[in-house]
Ligand binder design. Sequence first.
Ligand SMILES: *[C@@H]1O[C@H](CO)[C@@H](O)[C@H](O)[C@H]1NC(C)=O
Length: 239
Amino acid sequence: MNISVYFCSMESADLLLLFLLPLASVDTDTLSGKTLFFPQESANSFVMLIPLKPLSLDAFTLCMRLSVDPDVANQARRETILFAYRTQNADELNVWQEKGKISFYLSSSGDAASYSIPLLSVFRTNLCLTWESSTGLAAFWVDGKRSTLQVYKQGHRVQSKGLVVLGQDPDSIVGEFDINQSFVGEITDVNMWDSVLTGRQIGQLSENEWTGPTANVLNWNTMQYVVKGNVIVVPQKYY
Ligand SMILES: *[C@@H]1O[C@H](CO)[C@@H](O)[C@H](O)[C@H]1NC(C)=O
């Protein structure tokens, strides 16, 4: 099936249906309390998250809880994809651990907001990323602590009609993934809001004392997802 023919004209929900047909495992359950474990490097294992609304965004907060095996992630040959949102024409929002830094790219493969924050470890890190178009202010938040601000892509807008993918960089979602960019480790609590949360709210997230607004773009407790390849959905008792 030639997915690319359909890619530009379809809404992401229709597009997902195309993907669902040949896939083994479509989960009607949610990910609430669960963790996705990518046990080894691969060029074919990934998870697609189905957003609650189109990612047409002039501001966002993206949070996730992550752990990696540093013996894999810190090899010189590797770049590790942490989050990818890809439309037909662009990597709209990619988050990486690469070259000793954590970075994110909006609609670019060269011009990143790049941060020398502590790299991910074997223990889970609560990582959030905030950005808003009006000021261009961007920051990473590590276990509730904010990095220094950067100004990045002021006036830009994240475009809708793409796919949210964990585990692989979908530069070539219709072809091959690059094993040296795959994610190896655990991901849970991927949530996205269409606004920049306050520092106090992000602090609460890392303390698991959430009283802020419900995540309205990606919501780990309610969104649907599709697993492809060797990804273990870890039961709640390990949460
Ligand atoms: C991954 O890295 C290894 C080691 O550098 C290399 O031999 C291999 O060709 C790379 N694979 C791809 C798909 O780039």
